[in-house]
Design a protein around this ligand. Structure first.
Ligand code: PXP
Length: 244
């Protein structure tokens, strides 16, 4: 059995290039199929309110045709909940969303937004969708997530990815490891992602209870030179080597 951590490939930035010119290419759906063929365990897409990259059609086609789970990242809004229930991805990851940000800047404040998140999580779960919450690696956020009854959290690895010096990096890894441990004790499945790349991913793999990494920008960036299949294969190899 493959005991390696699962790889969710985020294809948002294939759509970013398409949207830059309003063309029909490159197609993130086609990229997703090639990524799956190359070993991706799941495909992640973020349907943003401003539709800057992924479009409704992309999520629709992926949900209908892909053989691996689709993980739909979405803001906690009524419109997104309705959309998710209609297209039925296997998984939804609720993320905070700001129009001005270049990319998702921080985790959800589950402690503060608990009352708003509760009906949304319940509605998605009732529709058979596995819900995860994208949070910072902190004890309060994990405790709040656990009270919502979601099965999964995704830890934001941005602070680790941005850390420049080795001391800071190892302190961020420790934070992620402690958060993972706490979450596992609370019966949560723990995924992680954001800003991970071919250089910084290896240290993350020391956290053996992590189940899945969601990686987008670095894979799509490498794909410009190698093609998407090779970019996915190279990331999968790093994940597999750590498991052996
Ligand atoms: N996980 C979540 C919740 C995200 O919002 C993103 C960015 O869309 C990622 C993972 C992937 O981040 P990156 O593109 O930096 O690999």
């Amino acid at each position: 059995m493959d005991s390696a951590i699962r790889l969710g490939v985020n294809v948002d930035h294939v759509a970013t290039i398409r949207q830059a010119r309003g063309t029909s290419y490159p197609d993130p759906v086609e990229a997703a199929f090639i990524a799956v063929e190359a070993g991706a365990d799941g495909i992640t897409v973020h349907l943003r309110e401003d539709r800057r990259h992924i479009q409704e059609r992309d999520v629709n086609v992926l949900c209908k045709e892909l053989s691996v789970p689709v993980n739909l990242e979405m803001a906690a809004t009524p419109a997104m909940v309705e959309f998710a229930i209609q297209v039925e991805p296997q998984k939804c990851c609720i993320v905070p969303e700001k129009r001005q940000e270049l990319t998702t800047e921080g985790g959800l404040d589950v402690c503060r937004a608990r009352n708003d998140l509760a009906p949304i999580c319940a509605r998605l779960a009732d529709a058979g969708i596995e819900v995860s919450l994208f949070i910072e690696p902190g004890a309060e956020q994990i405790a709040a997530a656990a009270t919502l009854g979601v099965p999964v959290i995704e830890l934001h690895t941005g602070a680790y990815a941005e850390a420049q010096d080795p001391e800071r990096q190892s302190s961020e890894i420790n934070k992620l490891a402690e958060a993972t441990e706490l979450a596992v004790q609370a019966n949560l499945q723990v995924n992680a992602g954001h800003g991970l790349n071919y250089e910084n991913v290896t240290s993350i793999l020391s956290i053996s209870s992590l189940m899945e990494l969601n990686i987008g920008h670095a894979i799509v960036a490498r794909a410009m030179f190698t093609g998407i299949a090779q970019a996915v294969e190279e990331m999968k190899l790093l994940l597999r080597n750590s498991a052996s």
